[in-house]
Design a protein around this ligand. Structure first.
Ligand code: PGA
Length: 248
């Protein structure tokens, strides 16, 4: 059972198109994409320039969100077909910031996951607990539920391609990383629930990332855990240290 690691940068609302071009031009000359898949999840307006800049490399481009409807009167939104048409291969779905500030729920996450898969886009599905939920001891119950709802109606064949990002909310942008043991424990529980939903073989193929203050000094320890297949990296993906995270 060998899963190729996948490291995704989540730029959030940072870098203009010209800044993006400069950053990616520099990054691509310094990283080795043999041992892991690299995905840059960039603001929608940066997608064309980043796609152009990564041409000829193995770096893939992802979006940070999309709408679950096919098309229509949804001012400001972007559809799955628009992303596919551009050449986008991944989309982050249900990031905790989208859940907190933009009203996303487990149900809208599920609709988006289905829409992405039906358009051949790999969803990076974000789940994770708040500090209060961790202290109440319900982390595993919560991520099990989030996983089950997110994957309702996703077939076995489709499930093999998804990526799950376990991101404890208390570790995002705070500099407080989960210990590799804490992260492994939850990623293992997520793999177990995937085994219950599908089967052990399919669960062993699905990649589970850890996200939350991943940086150059903790990446290799986190990524060496048996159930952690890479990372979703926010702050550090905008800095030169992203090279070290990728070359972990
Ligand atoms: P961080 O963000 O690496 O800055 O903690 C991770 C994320 O939000 O995906």
């Amino acid at each position: 059972m060998s899963r190729k690691k996948i490291i995704a940068g989540n730029w959030k609302m940072n870098l203009t198109p010209s800044e993006a071009k400069e950053f990616v031009t520099n990054l691509k000359s310094k990283i080795n994409t043999d041992k892991c898949d690299v995905v840059l999840c960039v603001p929608a307006i940066d997608i064309p320039v980043v796609l152009d800049t990564v041409k000829g490399t193995n770096i893939e481009v992802g979006a940070q969100n999309m709408h679950f409807e096919e098309n229509g009167a949804f001012t400001g939104e972007i559809s799955a077909r628009m992303l596919t048409d551009m050449g986008v291969k991944y989309v982050i779905i249900g990031h905790s910031e989208r859940r907190e500030y933009f009203g996303e729920t487990d149900q809208t996450v599920n609709k988006k996951v289905l829409k992405a898969l039906n358009n051949h886009i790999i969803p990076i599905i974000c789940i994770g607990e708040t500090l209060q939920q961790r202290e109440e001891g319900i982390t595993v119950d919560l991520v099990r539920l989030q996983t089950k709802i997110a994957l309702k109606g996703v077939s076995r064949e489709q499930a093999k391609n998804i990526v799950i990002a376990y991101e404890p909310i208390w570790a995002i942008g705070t500099g407080k990383t989960a210990t590799s043991q804490q992260a492994e424990e939850v990623c293992k529980a997520i793999r177990e629930v995937l085994g219950e939903i599908y089967n052990v073989d399919i669960a062993s193929k699905i990649r589970i990332q850890y996200g939350g203050s991943v940086n150059a000094s903790n990446a290799s320890e986190l990524f060496s855990m048996p159930n952690i297949d890479g990372g979703l990296v926010g702050g550090a993906s905008l800095k030169p240290e992203f090279e070290q995270v990728i070359n972990f």
